[in-house]
Design a protein around this ligand. Sequence first.
Ligand SMILES: N[C@@H](CCC(=O)N[C@@H](CS)C(=O)NCC(=O)O)C(=O)O
Length: 232
Amino acid sequence: MTLKLYELVGAGDRRFSPYCWRARMALAHKQLAAEFSPCKFTDKELIAFSGQTKVPVLVDGDDVISDSWAIACHLEDKYRERPSLFGGGYGRPLTKFFNSWVDSEINAALIRMVARDIYDCVHPHDRDYFRSTREARFGCSLEQAQAERPVYMERLRQALAPVRTLLEGQPYLCGESPAYADYVLFGTFQWVRCASPLEVLEATDPLYSWRERLLNAFDAMARRHSRLTRAA
Ligand SMILES: N[C@@H](CCC(=O)N[C@@H](CS)C(=O)NCC(=O)O)C(=O)O
């Protein structure tokens, strides 16, 4: 039975959602083929069967799963014989903590830094929706949010310090090979890479080399996608 992942699509077929990238990388890790079904922000009717309004949504036979964390747990539990996303034991709760930390500390800072750039890359039919919902959330215009970039860049640099220290001693957050915690944070960098010209990592940063390794993973799946927006 083919798995189907509903994922966000922008102008020019860009796939830039950080949460959809988590699901894509998790599927690749589990060596599962899937059909990818594009869904604009305003295509709410396409995913109404899932009982909520956000992507990613995974359809796996009779199972319909929304939320990237729930999708990762579903894949781990249903495909136990395949490479593990969490590594067993306390790997899952610790990864859940990391998932929440990335959402609240990293993604929340980054969205303000690239909100105006994302506006340019969402599908033209989604632009008004994106602007009105995000400006209501930020309490200011997309342009004002993005103008605060230096403040949030510094906040991001400080927040990522422990991750940087870890990557000075090992190639992936999960050790010698990547697993779900790597995909959680990678989704964030892939989001920025696909949606904005902003380079948030310097070439000397251990996070930069880590991101390069993940761009090359699974036959360079993520690198091929970011070619839509970047030369590399
Ligand atoms: N906690 C959810 C967040 C999913 C989410 O926010 N998805 C965005 C796309 S990046 C979305 O569908 N937004 C719909 C909207 O803003 O209307 C997850 O981890 O999957």
